[in-house]
Design a protein around this ligand. Structure first.
Ligand SMILES: O=C(O)C1=C[C@@H](OP(=O)(O)O)[C@@H](O)[C@H](O)C1
Ligand SMILES: C=C(OP(=O)(O)O)C(=O)O
Length: 433
């Protein structure tokens, strides 16, 4: 199988295209709720979007985006942005909106109104934008207004609650008069791969970024040349399919796995062997990708055997999928350095513990994560909490525990609307036991 394009890369390229000098093309852009919300937001700020079915005869779809007019060329009409439940929209768009000089009102799903926003808004205020709280301070809904030509310069924020606070400001940094020198004041930035991805995407688009100091980034001011970029497959969304092999003692083969990637999902090739699965790669033509094969292990009696490494650290957005595997192991697993998952699509630590218990397993929250001490064993309806990764967590467990029903599998449309059909085809292709 192959998986659809990366949400994180798609939304970064689209945002940068909106701030570029001329029309840019994003090839193999993801089509999902989060990317649609990003496109709609950019259109509401004045970008023009064209969908191309077959990009230059490659057979791949693409999006051509004509940039958002920035101040003083921007319209003066107020605009509205619906963030849905997309972290990449609610955290990336406010700084870009402040460059237009328009009054832009932000809101989203009810679940989005409890996701932390404070550091982005404080950072923008210190850059000269005016933020009006239309609800609780530091959360959606709010309104951003600014004179447009942001001065930029030095900004310090605490990004311990989300790497997206850093990414959102950096992505707009080149279009500030002095560029941006951003410093993180807390202990650690979670999901550090996602910050590295932002830096890489900016450099790819011709923006100069200095990340040589820990927890500090400097973006040089200047125009962003129009670009063409191709989006990699979503390696985080590949997770449930790869984990399916490890969970069932089966085999899943995935084509088009990038050899080099800033995506956190590249960690699957290290994580899966820690749970006892075998990972093999075979070079593909072109030299940039491999075919990845994951094989799960069967015990002597023919039942699938999932080993646990004992501790799993800092798995960020991969955590619900890794937790599904850990919840099938007879050995305990402790997840550490994932406290910020309490501010994801739902409080994922509470949700994972509740759903593992619902299926007869044992789990408990810790200060910075959670611990699974006994495997799941009985069927029930797994709740999704509007969270695509909780829905796919339930789907993985349903491969091993009879009578698991996943409530609202449709919420996978956030980043992978084709999940239900891909999952079905994976199971239908499996040889009968
Ligand atoms: O920048 C991005 O594309 C993302 C950053 C991460 O956010 P957090 O740092 O809040 O975990 C990640 O979990 C999210 O799925 C996508
Ligand atoms: C945390 C996630 O999403 P978001 O981009 O909405 O933060 C995720 O996809 O796991």
């Amino acid at each position: 199988m192959t998986v659809p394009a990366s949400k994180s890369l798609t939304n970064r390229y689209l945002l940068l295209a909106a701030l570029a000098e001329g029309p840019s093309v994003v090839v193999n852009a993801l089509e999902s709720r989060d990317s649609r919300l990003m496109l709609q937001a950019l259109e509401s700020l004045g970008a023009e979007v064209e969908h191309i079915e077959d990009w230059e005869g490659t057979g791949e779809a693409a999006v051509r985006l004509t940039p958002v007019p920035l101040a003083p060329e921007a319209s003066e009409a107020p605009a509205q942005v619906d963030c849905g439940l997309a972290g990449t929209v609610m955290r990336f768009l406010p700084a870009a909106a402040a460059l237009t000089g328009r009054r832009v009102a932000f809101d989203g799903d009810s679940e989005a109104r409890i996701r932390p926003m404070g550091a982005v808004l404080e950072g923008l205020s210190s850059l000269g934008a005016q933020i009006t709280d239309d609800g609780e301070p530091g959360y959606l809904p709010f309104t951003v207004e600014s004179p447009g030509d942001l001065e930029g310069g030095e900004v310090a924020i605490d990004a311990s609650a989300s790497s997206q606070f850093v990414s959102g400001l950096l992505l707009a940094g080149a279009r500030m008069r002095q560029g941006l020198r951003l410093r993180h004041t807390g202990q650690a930035v979670p999901s550090s791969e996602h910050v590295a991805m932002t830096v890489q995407v900016l450099r790819q688009a011709g923006v100069e970024v200095d990340d040589s100091e820990p927890f500090a980034w400097s973006v040089s001011p200047g125009p962003i040349p129009a670009f063409t970029a191709r989006v990699e497959p979503d390696l985080s969304n590949a997770g449930p399919f790869l984990v399916a092999a490890a969970a069932t003692g089966g085999e899943v083969t995935m084509r088009g796995w990038p050899k080099e990637s800033t995506q956190i999902g590249r960690r699957w090739t290290e994580l899966l062997p820690q749970f006892g699965a075998e990972v093999a790669t075979a070079e593909e033509p072109g030299g940039e990708t491999v075919t990845l094969t994951v094989r799960g292990v069967l015990a002597e009696d023919g039942t699938p055997r999932v080993h646990s490494p004992g501790t799993v650290d800092g798995t960020a957005e991969l955590t619900p999928t890794v937790a599904a595997l850990a919840a099938l192991s007879a050995e305990p697993t402790t997840f550490t350095s994932v406290e910020h998952l309490r501010g994801h699509e739902t409080d994922r630590l509470a949700a994972l513990v509740a759903e593992i218990r619902r299926l007869g397993g044992k789990a408990e929250e810790t200060a910075d994560g959670f611990r699974i001490t006994a495997p799941v064993r009985s069927g029930a309806t797994v709740l999704s909490y509007a969270d695509h990764r909780m829905a796919t967590f339930g789907a993985v467990l349903g491969l091993r525990v009879p009578e698991v029903l996943v409530e609202d599998i449709g919420c996978t449309s956030k980043t992978m609307p084709t999940f239900p059909e891909l999952w079905r085809s994976l199971i239908e292709e499996a040889p009968a036991a």
